[in-house]
Design a protein around this ligand. Sequence first.
Ligand SMILES: Cc1cc2nc3c(=O)[nH]c(=O)nc-3n(C[C@H](O)[C@H](O)[C@H](O)COP(=O)(O)OP(=O)(O)OC[C@H]3O[C@@H](n4cnc5c(N)ncnc54)[C@H](O)[C@@H]3O)c2cc1C
Length: 311
Amino acid sequence: MLDQALSHTLNRASRSARARRAVESFPITRKVVDRFVPGETTADAVAATRRLVAGGRSVTIDVLGEDVLDLAGARAMRDAYRDLLTALAESGCAAGADVSLKLSAMGQALPGGTTIATDHAAEIADAAAALGCTLTLDMEDHTTVDSTLAIGAALRVSYPSVGNVLQTNLRRTPADIADLDGTGARIRLVKGAYREPASVALQRKAEVDHAYERAIDALMASDCYPMIATHDPAMLERAVASAVGAGRDADRWEAQMLYGVRPELEQRMIDQDVRMRVYVPFGTDWYGYFMRRLAERPANVAFFLRALARR
Ligand SMILES: Cc1cc2nc3c(=O)[nH]c(=O)nc-3n(C[C@H](O)[C@H](O)[C@H](O)COP(=O)(O)OP(=O)(O)OC[C@H]3O[C@@H](n4cnc5c(N)ncnc54)[C@H](O)[C@@H]3O)c2cc1C
């Protein structure tokens, strides 16, 4: 109950400019952020990629930043992704890498935003495909789902490896999986990081978990490429069993985890021959991402406060 209230407060704070200024101004914050964000520069992201690849993981890299307010901001984000892809290629790390992007950072919410975001994402998909990389469109709050799925489908006409994300807290997700079956799309399955109203989303954790299990089975039985993105060992066990049940070889699905959350569980999955991809966020605009990670697990707040108290 207390955890739920704290999580709600942190989710609200993730959208508050005042809370942002306060959190960013704690000198210690940076040290705690380092657990979840390996750095602010492209070079930091490439260095983290090298370390992860050497440890048997692949990566999906996210340039932090969401909700750009003007066209110049959206173009700057597109350019940051192109620079990232160039840096990955120059360091010999491009093959097999994925980039994750939020369409809100590409201009989706601006007037005429669907076209602007689609064009920017297409330019990135084009640069990625030329280097042997793939692109996944992160999913944001429920008001953006129709547009994000439609943009994913439009991009797949020219770039079939563009992936979408589905959130099992949303009531619509079983129908979305049924719609995507037959497209062969790469689909990342998550529980959902955004606080959503009961009209569109399951509210109880047990319901979201149950929906996640059913969605794993549905994706494994489909012709999509399932990317099971969770730190929940029970869900990962279900995925392993479901893949076997569906006759899927180990190279026809993967597990994904966020950088720094459960490296020991990543290793356990690798030891079981599961393909493991780590989501690596980097950049100066880490506030919203960091606060959502705290909200997911209020124990992380204790970790943050302990670090503050040790100063
Ligand atoms: C690769 C990846 C990409 C994602 N992309 C999206 C996206 O596009 N859109 C979206 O809405 N959500 C996204 N998410 C976030 C997701 O929706 C969940 O909010 C998040 O993964 C927590 O849920 P869980 O499945 O890990 O399970 P939970 O039931 O929340 O957690 C299971 C266990 O994992 C550990 N754990 C979970 N979170 C944390 C944490 N922050 N810190 C420390 N330990 C933790 C705890 O031990 C917890 O008991 C993504 C997650 C991953 C792994």
